[in-house]
Write a protein that binds this ligand. Structure first.
Ligand code: XMP
Length: 506
């Protein structure tokens, strides 16, 4: 449908999400690995980039197949790129242009600017500026500091904007994208959750036929939605495995298993707690914990999968950000935490991979889940890391510590729910610190554990802010934890944002 050519901007995924919010399907490709069928797209959007068009190593894609033939919207770097190589001039600007600006000039009677109010706020983020427009360029908008904030090419459906319509601070950005995609490129807004379900179910049926599929359920949103979609497509040929690694929340294994059975899924619950806890004994280093858990998970899953006769497919709950990450323009960045270790399976299993959600963003997975009739409480669950409580118990892990943390976590999470705070928090949990502190209970001196509570706001886990939970709530929860959980005499609240901290402590 719509192609987004990525030049490595931090906002590229956001462009895709905005286009999808308009119920229009789009795909991101790196500029240096474009799809073969360029001309088949109904519109193309060029993203921003950390490069300057004047740099020798700047992205320099060949657009001749689409220029003037397919509606084109060039954002930021894209706008400079079109200008620089087509008779315009791009130069370093005297002032750095970052942040809010207002469109003080808007050309009249332009379809691209329909319903954009005077002085509309836009978000700028660039250090080069377009000094003069490319051949046949027509200025559409200016701000106080940026004369050529938007332009089009006469005789083509080519539009270019210096600001970022995709970010929240560009107040009318969505309207602009809609003007371009719906009114100018004439694209239908037909990519709805219902349409997706219909299409993907048919696709899965053709692909899988009467083969058998195995899928690892985690209790999380992605694997659950993937399972329900597959179940709709192939029914009893879907075999789900839900492994208890002994590091889940209190009663989680039993509760979620029951929920899955109610949904009609064929799920085998495997309690491998002992195996995981044995493998984790005396391990304190976070990455070593992740490795141990990943290894045991594969052993357990492999063993169970082999019990299913004639299984030929492995289903995974991979979602679009993971796919984009693996093909992204940027070079390999330093591994801060090896998140995707759990669930990767060795080649020797020789299973074909099916990933029903690989084209969806997280919020779309939730909407599809809703369309499929999955319980809202299940869809609204906070993210929970694969290694579970093991990375929230700093230092080595014992059964007693797991039980203690499960109790603390349950008080915190139940409290958030009963105070109506759960849904406004992106993720929350408790961390068991490896220190004791002195306290006093009655007339007795105590020397017991400290727990930290963490609650964050985020959209994708990449950045996060601590949540300003009400003091009354924190007071109540702290009392309840100290009174009810034996072995804890102190509660602290984590007030660090990401970056520079991370969401988990390990
Ligand atoms: P950080 O701590 O990196 O976490 O800010 C970002 C998000 O990722 C989750 N997380 C993990 N998920 N395996 C997972 O499946 C892991 O090893 C892992 N480590 C962190 C974390 O809970 C948060 O949602």
């Amino acid at each position: 449908n719509v192609l987004i050519l990525d030049f490595g901007s931090q906002y590229t995924q956001l462009i895709a999400r905005r286009v999808r919010e308009l119920n229009i399907f789009c795909e991101i490709f790196p500029y240096n690995q474009p799809p073969a069928n360029l001309k088949d797209f109904k519109a193309v959007i060029l993203s921003g980039s950390p490069f300057s068009v004047r740099a020798d190593d700047a992205p320099h894609p060949d657009l001749s197949e689409i220029r003037g033939k397919v509606p084109l919207l060039a954002v930021c770097y894209g706008a400079q790129y079109l200008a620089h190589f087509n008779g315009g001039e791009v130069a370093p600007s005297n002032i750095r242009e970052y942040g809010r600006a207002n469109l003080s000039y808007l050309k009249e009677n332009e379809a691209f600017l329909a319903n954009i109010p005077a002085n509309s706020q836009v978000w700028m983020s660039h250090s080069d500026t377009i000094k003069s427009l490319p051949t046949n360029g027509v200025r559409l908008a200016s701000t106080h500091d940026v004369e050529n904030a938007a332009y089009r090419i006469e005789g083509e459906q080519t539009y270019a904007i210096q600001f970022h319509p995709e970010v929240y601070h560009s107040t009318d950005g969505m309207q602009m994208l809609k003007n371009f995609l719906v009114d100018i490129a004439k694209i239908e807004q037909s990519f709805t959750p219902n349409a997706f379900v219909e299409e993907i179910v048919a696709e899965l049926q053709t692909k899988i036929g009467s083969d058998r599929v195995v899928l690892g359920l985690s209790g999380g949103v992605d694997s659950t939605v993937a399972a329900v979609l597959l179940h709709k497509a192939i029914g009893k040929n879907l075999y789900c495995i839900f492994v208890n690694n002994g590091l889940l929340r209190k009663n989680e294994f039993e509760n979620v298993l029951k929920q899955y059975e109610h949904m009609g899924l064929n799920v085998k619950g495997v309690d491998a707690s002992a195996q995981f806890l044995d493998a984790l004994a005396r391990i304190s280093e976070p990455e070593a914990k992740r490795k141990a858990i990943g290894r045991v998970f594969i052993e357990v899953f492999d063993q169970e999968a082999h019990k299913i006769e004639d299984v030929t497919w492995l289903a995974q709950g991979t979602i679009y950000p993971d796919v984009i990450e693996s093909i992204s323009v940027k070079g390999p960045s330093a591994t801060i935490k090896s998140h995707h270790n759990v669930g990767g399976l060795p080649d020797y299993m020789k299973l074909k991979i099916v990933e029903p959600l690989r084209m969806l963003f997280k919020d779309e997975v939730r909407r599809v889940g809703k369309t499929l009739g999955i319980d809202a409480a299940l869809l609204g669950r906070h993210p929970f890391p694969g290694p579970g409580l093991s990375i929230r118990i700093l230092g080595d892990i014992t059964r007693e510590k797991v039980t203690l943390l499960q109790e603390v976590d349950a008080i915190f999470i139940d409290g958030l729910k009963s105070w109506g705070l759960y849904d406004s928090v992106w993720q929350a949990g408790a961390i068991l610190l490896p220190v004791n502190s002195v306290g006093v209970m009655g007339d007795e001196r105590t020397y017991e554990k400290v727990v930290a509570l963490r609650a964050v706001q985020s959209t994708d886990g990449m950045t996060a802010d601590w949540v300003h939970l009400p003091y009354d709530f924190l007071m109540k929860i702290s009392n309840e934890i100290i009174n009810k959980v034996k072995g804890v005499n102190r509660v602290v609240y984590d007030i660090s944002s990401k970056p520079p901290a991370t969401i988990e402590w390990e």
